[in-house]
Ligand binder design. Structure first.
Ligand SMILES: [Zn+2]
Length: 104
């Protein structure tokens, strides 16, 4: 896949944008994981509660946080250079479309 030529300044900018995107993905992933684990944990207790919160409440929190994750991923998880979707790659080094190096 031929790599488009970007100026050094632009590449620096692309990598900074990509780093910010990765942080945003992480900040939406963490609450989703916590909510899912909390739901499973609450389900496994005798009372069906975790931290005094019923599993029936943890479940919609989990679903909502996964929905936020999916929306953020769909809108934001794109190559900063060419705007192509980065797909399911969790930590890509290169854009699958334009081939720009996203990180060292
Ligand atoms: Zn690209």
């Amino acid at each position: 896949m031929p790599s488009r030529s970007y100026s050094k300044k632009r590449i620096k900018q692309i990598r900074a944008e990509f780093a910010a995107k990765r942080r945003r993905q992480l900040f939406t992933l963490i609450p989703a994981l916590i909510a899912i684990v909390a739901f499973a944990w609450a389900e496994s207790t005798d009372s069906g509660k975790l931290l005094g919160i019923d599993s029936g409440i943890w479940m919609p929190i989990g679903i909502a946080s996964v929905a936020v994750l999916v929306i953020v991923a769909t809108i934001d998880w794109r190559c900063p250079a060419c705007d192509a979707s980065l797909g399911r790659a969790i930590n890509p080094d290169f854009c699958p479309k334009c081939g720009v190096q996203l990180q060292d």
